[in-house]
Structure formats: structure tokens, C-alpha cells
Design a protein around this ligand. Structure first.
Ligand code: NAD
Ligand code: ZN
Length: 677
């Protein structure tokens, strides 16, 4: 390029675009373009700035870490800046990196540590005297958000370390917080069933989760952590690898996948080794991080403004393919949500042959302007089903057919409805639509619900097709049709025996899992547990009004409406009655917690923020067992807002405006005189 105006424009345009994409990515957890495309633009800008330094924009995204703080948490300055990593998709670049290291170290011997690059969110943890005291996000590299309470919910992360003679009194651990693929896939399956928008990838899901204000919700997302570096004010270890070993000994989770490599050849071998195998790991990875092992040598090599000179990330080119879209099939889920699935001309991708891909919902079809016969790009990132990420418009056949989204249910021909604000079309024929009934049965017998031994998804599906069962209650009538069953192809005496035993055992399954198994929209495992603990019996739940339900902690308005609606339906009440008659648990067994006093009778409370002496759940119990009621929102009728640490300013303002008294944890405990539990 020699037209200097054009160069200037290009630099400006790239800078602006990259700033915008960074904002979307770090603030809103949205990837508008694939990472590879983002990295390509960043490298293009880097090259232009190198050639024409006079045109580089102030604050160029090439010169600083892309994130920012969120303003929703207190912030904390990093003792050591949290930088980015230089990255490349090419092996030739890695050899150049190796040559730079070699020159920088002036002929000294050196080794590399290769680690997998986990695709989550960087986290800085501080341990003081063996106790976890702080978790801070990378933020803008200099300052980050303090999210200690959210980090504390990570089960595999020790709050106290094993004591060791080589453990300093005060040090920092860095690592990646991530959402395991299984959790991500479960969460999306649940969202799909509920007709909620799907999460794009585990990284964005982990990042969004860490930004939640309610740690109880964070805990439900089952995040995990891998440690990958150690920092302290003294030189505690000679090498990075020695530090990793120590972290592991002290009880921190360190992935065992790292290796010492004596040469760049060995680094390349490591890269090839993990190329396909990384898809077998429980965590999404997007590359390899290569670090000089010796910490003195690291110091010698130093940093640029944005990243260390002693490390580089190799990113695997996205496992993307290009193939033809043959047709779209529409699946009907348990709650009637209709989801499109694309059928493709088979294409090899990440070690498997891909024939189907998800397109998530009707919006997505419109957004991509997808047509039948199009050549489409498919990507696979460890998710169960690969997804269509784009259309090759240049290759669009002249006769490519616009996709007409169905207006009636593909299974039962009932006209579809699309509730305001929802991403999915839905078949409202709950009672008669075969795939809905079938997946309700599958859900009922599934592992997390009634977990009926000898009765899997396939078998209930077959029974349904044969007209043997229609609802969960029919399952318990199966023993009366023993002769019919034994004669079914592929079933036989033994399996029937096992199935009957499984049905018998399922009568012992606790009520909260039965409630989950009923498959009420929005009632997931956690909500079922909460409702069961609060009401204890199905009759109490069916008798509660939407407003009452909404006041149960963690049961918001949407869930409450859904439960109340379900309860109104006589068919659902009949189902419950039949299950109960069959002996299925419709109430919690064991002693209900006894009321402690009636001191809080006729008072309602909202809890907000983080508390010191008791967990939120304990405080909820204290209130309820002393006769008080909990509410989920602040209204004029509320008796007290109990404010903990870090309560949002909006809540305080609202309470003040409505003249609702704001009290603290100690005040609440004083009201019940002795704290109660
Ligand atoms: N798609 C988009 O719109 C978009 C926008 C902005 C950024 N991005 C992506 O994010 C990248 C920039 O993010 P970045 O600055 O965090 O860089 P990076 O993600 O490329 O590398 C640095 C990060 O790697 C992580 N990491 C994982 N395993 C590690 C290990 N073993 N050792 C050390 N670090 C490890 C850490 O979180 C660290 O902060 C871009 O290259 C791009 O791919 C994408
Ligand atoms: Zn239908």
C-alpha cells in the first residue's frame, strides 16, 4: 500500500473495529467474529503500525490488554500486571519465536514448558498464610474486578492450602476459570428445552457467570479452575516447572498435561500430540502456551507493553469445514420448543464426520440468511453438536431456496406459537404432541430424575410408539402387562424383571427429584430442591399462588408463573394423583425443621448482598423458622430490607424511596434475639 491516506484510513478502521470487538467480547461476552478472524485483523494492524508508526492510534489494541473492569464489583490493582500472550497460528512463527529467545539468552541453554491453553477467564488468586483471600479478574491488565465470593464457589479450588515448608506466607496464583464442557452442554440442553437463547461457547459462559452478582447462581454453574502460574516477591523457585509442582503439592488444581521440552522440535511434537486429543479433555482448549522454564531467563527476556517475551501461544486453526446445507429438520423438545437442525453433506471435522449441525433458532437462520443448497461454514469446538457459523455467499447456487420456517408443528400439525421475547417457536399441544410426550417420559426416567434402572430413553420411546405408555403414571401400570412385555422383540424375561425392580426402587427416590422429573418448564434440579424444601409436599406446591411461589428464594416470577400454570391443569393434577397412588414420593420424608419462634410473624424480608456471620441460606432459614416470610422484590409492603456487604445501589435507592427500613445482619439476628439456628 503506498497511498498514505488509504493506509491511515485502514489503520483507523481496524483500530476502531478491534476496540468494538474487544468491548463486545469482554463486556458483553459476545464473539461477533471467530477468534481467528479477530487475531488476523490484530496482526494486520500490528504490521501496518510497524511500517507506519506515525499513524498508530493512541491506545491501539496492539499495545494493551483488551479487557476492562465491569464497574459491578470493587476493583483492585494488580501487584504484577496481568498481560496478554502473543499468539500465532503458524509453526514458522514459533521457530522465529525460538530464534528470538535464543538470541535474547545469548547462547545459554534453555528449556520450555508447554501447557494447554484453556479457554476460560484468567484469574488472579491471593493466598495469605495458606488461606484464599482474594480472587481478581484480569480487567484492563492493571486493575481487575474483585470476585472473591464467586471464586469461592469453585468446588475444586482449595480455600485452605496444605501447609508446606516451601510455601510463602503471601503469594499469588494465576490460572484459568472455566466451565467444563459437560456443564456447558447440560446448561445449553436445559436452555434449549426452556426455549431460552443458547450460550455461544464455554469461555463466554464462564466469563458471564463470573460477572453474576448472586454467588448462589454462580455455584450452580459448577465452574472449575486450573492453576498455571505462581508469583511472589521473593525468588521462591528456580523454574516455572518447579513452581507448578509445588502448587500441585499444596493442593491447587494443576492440569497434568504440561511437559518440559528441550527444543522447539519437542514443542512441535507436543502441539501435534494434542491436536486431536485435546477434544477428549473435559475442558475447551484453543491452543498451547509455550513458556521459557527458567525464571531468571524469563526476567532477562522481559516484556513488551502487552505480553511477555518469554512466552507465546500457539493457537490451533479452528476446526472449521465447508459443506452443503441439504435440508433443515425441525425437532420438537420436551416443552414444545421447535429447534432447527441442519442436515449437511458429510464433511470431516476434528476427527469425526459431521452430518448435522445446530443453527439454534429462527433468528439465527435469518441472521445468517441461510438458504437450502448454500455452502456453509461449520465449526466444532468440543460441543456435542457442531454449529453453522456462516454462509459462503460467493458460492450460493442460483436456485438456493429461502428457508420457510414452519408455521405448524412438524409432528402434530398444531399451529406454532411464539411468545413475545422468546427465541423459539413452540407447539402448544402439550397433551397430544408425540415428541413432547416422549421426551417427557425420557426426562422422567433419566438419571438425574427418577433414574429408573432397566428403563432407558430408547425403551420408553419404544413403549410409547407401541401405545403401551403415554405418561409417567402409565409406567407404573406396566407390571400388569407382563406377558405382553416378555414377548416383545429384544426384551425378554430378564430385562422385564430388571425394569420392574427399577420401577419399584424409583418409589424411594426423594420428592425433590420426583418434582424435577415431572418436567415442569423452568423447574431444573436446583429449583426443584428449593421448592421441595420450602413446601415439603406436592399438595402445598399445587396449592400455592404464583405470588407465593415467587417469594421462595431463587424462584423468580417466570418460574413461579410456570409452576402455577402447570398446577391449574387438571391433567397434571391427575398425573400427580396417579403417581402418588402408585407409591411415588410426593413429599419430603424426615422431620420438617421445627419453628423456633413466632417473633417474625407477619413480617416480610428481602436479603441482599453478602453476609458475615451466616450464609444467605442460613439467614433465610432463620427468618422462616421464626415465622417471617421472604420476598424476592422490594415493594411498599415489605417490612425490612436486610443489607449485607456489596448490596447494589439500586436496591438501596428503591427501599429508601418506598420508605422500607434497611437493617443489617446483626439487627436481624437481634430481632430473633439469639440468632436461632
Ligand atoms: N472473537 C472476538 O470478537 C474477540 C474479541 C476480542 C478477543 N478475542 C480473543 O481473545 C484473544 C485475546 O485475549 P487475551 O488477551 O486474553 O489473549 P489470549 O486469550 O490469546 O491469551 C492470554 C490468556 O490465555 C489464558 N491462558 C490459558 N491457559 C493458559 C496457560 N496455560 N498459561 C497462561 N495463560 C493461559 C489466560 O487467560 C491468559 O489471560 C484474542 O486473541 C482473540 O482470540 C476475540
Ligand atoms: Zn406438536
Amino acid at each position: 500500500m503506498t497511498d498514505l491516506f488509504a493506509v491511515q484510513d485502514k489503520i483507523r478502521a481496524l483500530t476502531e473495529r478491534l476496540h468494538y470487538l474487544n468491548h463486545q467480547y469482554y463486556q458483553n461476552d459476545v464473539s461477533e467474529v471467530p477468534d481467528q478472524e479477530f487475531d488476523r485483523m490484530l496482526h494486520e494492524l500490528q504490521d501496518l503500525e510497524k511500517q507506519y508508526p506515525e499513524y498508530a492510534q493512541p491506545n491501539s489494541p496492539t499495545q494493551r490488554v483488551g479487557g476492562t473492569i465491569t464497574k459491578q464489583f470493587p476493583t483492585q490493582e494488580h501487584r504484577y500486571p496481568m498481560l496478554s500472550l502473543a499468539n500465532t497460528y503458524s509453526e514458522a512463527d514459533l521457530r522465529e519465536f525460538d530464534e528470538r529467545v535464543q538470541r535474547g539468552l545469548e547462547g545459554a541453554e534453555y528449556q520450555y514448558v508447554c501447557e494447554l491453553k484453556f479457554d476460560g477467564v484468567a484469574m488472579s488468586l491471593t493466598y495469605e498464610n495458606g488461606q484464599l483471600t482474594r480472587g481478581v479478574t484480569r480487567g484492563d491488565g492493571t486493575r481487575g474486578d474483585v470476585v472473591t465470593n464467586n471464586v469461592r464457589t469453585i468446588k475444586t479450588l482449595p480455600l485452605h492450602l496444605r501447609p508446606a515448608s516451601d510455601q510463602p506466607a503471601d503469594f499469588e496464583v494465576r490460572g484459568e476459570v472455566f466451565m467444563p464442557l459437560s456443564v456447558f452442554n447440560d446448561l445449553n440442553a436445559e436452555r434449549e428445552q426452556n426455549g431460552e437463547p443458547l450460550l455461544a461457547n464455554p469461555r463466554n459462559a464462564a466469563s458471564g457467570t463470573l460477572k453474576l452478582q448472586d454467588s448462589a447462581l454462580v455455584a450452580a454453574r459448577r465452574l472449575r479452575f486450573y492453576a498455571y502460574s505462581f508469583l511472589s516477591s521473593r525468588r521462591d523457585f528456580p523454574t516455572h516447572s518447579a513452581a507448578l509442582e509445588a502448587l500441585k503439592r499444596w493442593g491447587l488444581p494443576v492440569s497434568d498435561t504440561w511437559r518440559l521440552c528441550g527444543s522447539i522440535e519437542q514443542v512441535l511434537e507436543f502441539i501435534h500430540h494434542w491436536d486431536k486429543r485435546r477434544f477428549e479433555l473435559p475442558v475447551a482448549t484453543d491452543g498451547i502456551v509455550i513458556k521459557v522454564d527458567d525464571l531468571r531467563q524469563q526476567e532477562l527476556l522481559g516484556f513488551t507493553a502487552k505480553s511477555p517475551r518469554w512466552a507465546i501461544a500457539y493457537k490451533y486453526p479452528a476446526e472449521a469445514g465447508r459443506t452443503r446445507l441439504l435440508r433443515i429438520e425441525y425437532n420438537v423438545g420436551r416443552t414444545g420448543a421447535v429447534t432447527p437442525v441442519a442436515h449437511l453433506e458429510p464433511v470431516p471435522l476434528a476427527g469425526t464426520v459431521v452430518k448435522r449441525a445446530s443453527v439454534h433458532n429462527a433468528n439465527q437462520i435469518a441472521a445468517l440468511d441461510l438458504r437450502l443448497g448454500d455452502m456453509v461454514f461449520v465449526e466444532k469446538g468440543g460441543e456435542i453438536i457442531p454449529k453453522i457459523t456462516g454462509v459462503d455467499l460467493l458460492a450460493r447456487p442460483a436456485d438456493a431456496q429461502p428457508i420457510a420456517y414452519p408455521t405448524t408443528c412438524p409432528a402434530c400439525a398444531t399451529p406454532l406459537v411464539r411468545p413475545e421475547g422468546e427465541a423459539h417457536y413452540r407447539c402448544p399441544n402439550e397433551r397430544g404432541c408425540a415428541p413432547q410426550l416422549k421426551s417427557k417420559l425420557e426426562h422422567y426416567v433419566s438419571r438425574k430424575a427418577l433414574n429408573i434402572d432397566g428403563l432407558g430413553a430408547e425403551t420408553v420411546g419404544r413403549f410409547f410408539d407401541l401405545g403401551l405408555v403415554r405418561t409417567a403414571a402409565d409406567l407404573y401400570d406396566l407390571p400388569q402387562r407382563r406377558d405382553e412385555l416378555v414377548n416383545l422383540d429384544r426384551l425378554g424375561e430378564k430385562s422385564v424383571q430388571r425394569m420392574f425392580a427399577g420401577l419399584e426402587t424409583s418409589k424411594e427416590v426423594p420428592f425433590d427429584r420426583v418434582l424435577f422429573g415431572l418436567g415442569i418448564r423452568y423447574v431444573g434440579e436446583t429449583v426443584a430442591e428449593k421448592l421441595a424444601a420450602h413446601y415439603r409436599t406436592i399438595d402445598a406446591i399445587l396449592g400455592a399462588s404464583a405470588a407465593e411461589l415467587a417469594a421462595v428464594p431463587e424462584v423468580g416470577g417466570v418460574i413461579a408463573d410456570s409452576v402455577a400454570l402447570w398446577a391449574q391443569d387438571p391433567a397434571n393434577r391427575e398425573l400427580v394423583a396417579r403417581l402418588q397412588a402408585a407409591g411415588v414420593q410426593m413429599q419430603l420424608t424426615g422431620e420438617a425443621p421445627q419453628p423456633l419462634s413466632d417473633r417474625l410473624n407477619s413480617l416480610t424480608f428481602v436479603l441482599s448482598g453478602v453476609f458475615e456471620q451466616h450464609s444467605r441460606e442460613e439467614l433465610e432459614q432463620i427468618i422462616e423458622r421464626n415465622g417471617g416470610k421472604l420476598s424476592s422484590s422490594i415493594s411498599k409492603k415489605l417490612s425490612y430490607l436486610v443489607a449485607g456487604d456489596k448490596m447494589g445501589p439500586a436496591k438501596r435507592e428503591k427501599a429508601t424511596a418506598l420508605k422500607v427500613p434497611i437493617i443489617g445482619e446483626t439487627d436481624l439476628l437481634a430481632m430473633v434475639s439469639d440468632g436461632g439456628l
